[in-house]
Design a protein around this ligand. Structure first.
Ligand code: SF4
Ligand code: ZN
Ligand code: ZN
Length: 310
């Protein structure tokens, strides 16, 4: 029988790549300490920062919100209602319930009012939904963080997400994307600072934390997720991890330590300028969101005040 390394009681959790056995209570402590250490290690934020957590109703973003709150950060949530049928309706309710549980504010952006829903945009766009959905979410997260006076946007990307993207970028040697793959993107050219405090924790570890601390999260996948290529890369990484525990963490940390610094010094920095339509930062003349707006023939609207969370 495995025993918790902290209290010697019966362990309920074993983490192979850390060779660590823990009881539930000490697992929660370990997880939260690891998030705090990651924040410190990468200099992600200070207690005086105002943090906006991008929440989707899933285990990663809600766990992150809870940990930041428990660690004493001033962290509120931002939920973007993408209008994806029952999936969005259910995830929005879970986010609302969760914000009440921890007593923090939840801001809600309704995409059908701002632009159009993801299923409607999909009818006009032949690309996989995730490719434009990702840029839409990033756009509104950044826009509302600035508008609402937050200094940091935190997302729930975990180690599995990061290594899947890393593998895909390495296989295509996409140097520009590799250079931007970092757990901390500093505030720059109209972008608020972005951080990923769960980047050293696996999907399984986050799911365990959510279950042990009774977080009510959405278990269904977004209906568009099945076509996401990242799922294939995650499966490949999981197979390698199974044979050789610790590979994911090593792959990611060694990339950050050895490869990325060399890339940053060798690649031309991307020049950003304000989009000629909406004024948000972009590499081209018109940002990707305004291109979608054009397709939808929706006139750029002034952004209205967000309703008070209720
Ligand atoms: Fe958007 Fe794709 Fe995520 Fe669904 S799976 S919410 S379409 S990014
Ligand atoms: Zn214990
Ligand atoms: Zn624009």
């Amino acid at each position: 029988m495995r025993r918790c390394v902290k209290c010697k009681e019966k362990a309920s959790i074993y983490l192979p790549h850390h060779r660590l056995s823990l009881c539930s209570q000490h697992y929660v402590e370990w997880f939260e300490e690891r998030v705090q250490r990651t924040i410190k290690q990468f200099g992600m934020m200070e207690k005086r920062d105002r943090v906006l957590v991008a929440v989707s109703g899933g285990k990663d973003s809600l766990s992150l919100w809870q940990v930041l709150h428990r660690l004493g950060y001033e962290a509120d949530g931002l939920y973007i209602d993408l209008g994806i049928g029952d999936y969005s309706a259910k995830s929005k309710e879970l986010c609302k319930k969760f914000s009440e549980r921890i007593g923090r504010k939840l801001h809600i952006v309704d995409l059908s009012q701002e632009l159009s829903t993801i299923p409607q945009i999909k009818q006009l766009d032949s690309r996989p939904a995730c490719s434009f959905c990702g840029s839409i979410k990033r756009y509104y997260m950044n826009l509302y963080a600035k508008k609402l006076g937050y200094t940091v946007v935190a997302t729930g990307h975990n180690l599995d997400d990061e290594t899947a993207v890393l593998l895909s970028n390495v296989l295509s040697w996409n140097l520009q994307y590799l250079e931007r793959q970092t757990p901390l993107l500093e505030e720059k050219d109209g972008f608020v600072r972005k951080v990923k405090p769960l980047c050293l924790l696996t999907e399984r570890e986050t799911a365990l934390y959510a279950v042990v601390t009774n977080i009510d999260y959405i278990e269904e996948e977004c209906p568009f997720a099945e076509n996401a290529t990242s799922i294939d890369y995650k499966k490949i990484m999981a197979q390698i991890e199974e044979k050789s525990p610790g590979t994911k963490l090593r792959f990611y940390l060694e990339f950050l330590r050895k490869v990325r610094p060399a890339l940053s010094s060798g690649t031309q920095p991307v020049t950003l300028k304000p989009c000629s339509v909406c004024g948000e930062p972009t590499v081209g003349e018109i940002c990707s969101l305004c291109r979608i707006r054009r397709k939808l023939s929706v006139k750029t609207q002034n952004i209205t005040e967000l309703p008070d969370p209720s």
